[in-house]
Ligand binder design. Structure first.
Ligand SMILES: Nc1ncnc2c1ncn2[C@@H]1O[C@H](COP(=O)(O)OP(=O)(O)O)[C@@H](O)[C@H]1O
Ligand SMILES: [Mg+2]
Length: 391
């Protein structure tokens, strides 16, 4: 045991008496986190984030980068929780095409809505800061719909919950009793407000902001303040803080990819904080993850940008491309699945013009038709989607 990170209290649920874990407030104490534990990894992670921020300067428009990065994070964070949806499902849904797994897709689009709400608030000088209130609002959007109903969307839980196992008595982890949750969350909120922005930690004599984010996420998961959606809101908190503390000016990274890939380790290290008092291993895992995820996102942006650039060249060099085809091409990164009808609306042209533009791109091999039927044909910018799904 490295240190005590909380205490156990008796809690009764479903007629059973269990020991629920009540974490100490952040930051870790006795001993505090040592500089050697995080200094080097923190530096590397911050550098990787800075490089990722810089790469967006290489592309003419940053919109589609954000568009795809936010969707990747939404998908991956939902997949950690078992949601079965792919990026193609998401694009089809946005194109108004039929998807088979509507409930799964809804979970992903709910996440996007929740994230947008948080981001809009943080960017608005009159908006809410990162706070329990804002997280509750996000939770309400996340659990909006079929699967969330009955899970108290938007409210802190009022009953004892547990993780793993069939009942509280054989659970892997019993979070704090419900009556302790509001106070624990307000402690966490205070800790978050005290976090320095990037480059200002010396002034505040505090921990670097990335370390603060690692601590805040784990503490959130330990409190497990909601009946469901704790994983997704806890990871949304990571994305929000990265931007709010000035580590990444735009949400270009999808850390959930790393967390999904190392899911067993992720959960094991969250438990080790409680069971072994080991904050260090979690912080190191998190910093390593940021470095890997940021580097991966950067590499992927370069790959996608060069695909789009070389396809654009093909189009410009061909006699087939007209003004409408060119405009359609520029829209593809943000609408890689579409029907002619949708193109017509997006371009604001007639159906024949839209149809001709689609045909031109198809003949150049830039897009492919995905349906056999004559009516309501749909098309796909396949190689782009493949690149997005691979990393
Ligand atoms: N042993 C653990 N200790 C603390 N938190 C854990 C542990 N195992 C998993 N978690 C967290 O709990 C999340 C799942 O909680 P849940 O409320 O079901 O969220 P969601 O509905 O978003 O899946 C995981 O994604 C993880 O972040
Ligand atoms: Mg869940």
């Amino acid at each position: 045991m490295k240190r005590a990170t909380g205490t156990y209290v008796k809690s009764t649920t479903l007629g059973e008496v269990v020991k629920a874990f009540v974490p100490h407030p952040l930051p870790p104490q006795k001993p505090a986190l040592a500089l050697e534990v995080y200094q080097d990894l923190n530096h590397k992670a911050e550098m990787a984030l800075a490089r990722l921020s810089g790469v967006s300067g290489l592309v003419p428009s940053v919109d589609w980068l954000l568009y795809s990065a936010i969707r990747k994070e939404a998908l991956l964070t939902s997949q950690i929780e078992g949601t079965q949806a792919t990026i193609t499902d998401l694009f089809d849904d946005e194109a108004g095409l039929e998807v088979s797994n509507t409930d799964d897709v809804e979970e992903v689009t709910n996440y996007i809505a929740a994230y947008r709400l948080v981001r809009d608030n943080l960017r608005d000088p009159k908006g809410l800061p990162i706070s329990v209130r804002l997280l509750r609002k996000a939770h309400k959007l996340l659990l909006n719909g079929v699967r969330g109903a009955g899970k108290q969307p938007g409210a802190l839980r009022r009953s004892q919950n547990w993780l793993g196992g069939t009942r509280p008595g054989n659970a892997v982890f019993v979070p704090p009793p419900a009556d302790k949750v509001p106070a624990l969350m307000s402690d966490l909120e205070k800790f978050i407000h005290d976090q320095p922005r990037k480059g200002e930690e010396a002034k505040s004599k505090g921990l670097p902001p990335l370390v603060g984010i690692a601590l805040a996420h784990a503490q959130f998961e330990t409190i497990h303040p909601f009946l469901d959606g704790n994983g997704r809101i806890g990871r949304l908190l990571i994305s929000a803080l990265l931007e709010d503390l000035g580590l990444l000016p735009e949400p270009l990274m999808y850390l959930s990819g790393y967390l999904k890939q190392h899911q067993t380790e992720y959960y094991r290290l969250l438990s080790a904080i409680r069971k072994e008092g080991d904050w260090e291993s979690w912080v190191q895992f998190f910093l390593e993850g940021v470095q890997v995820a940021a580097t991966q996102a950067e590499e992927n942006i370069v790959k996608i940008a060069s695909l789009v650039a070389s396809d654009r060249r093909k189009l410009l060099e061909s006699p087939k491309g007209g003004a409408a085809a060119y405009r359609l091409f520029e829209m593809l990164p943000m609408m890689p699945r579409f029907t002619v009808e949708r193109v017509k609306t997006a371009l604001g042209t007639t159906f024949p013009t839209a149809n001709a533009a689609v045909k031109a791109l198809e003949e150049l091999g830039l897009i492919t038709e995905t349906t056999g039927n004559k009516k309501n044909r749909s098309f796909s910018y396949d190689r782009y989607i493949q690149l997005l799904s691979s990393a």
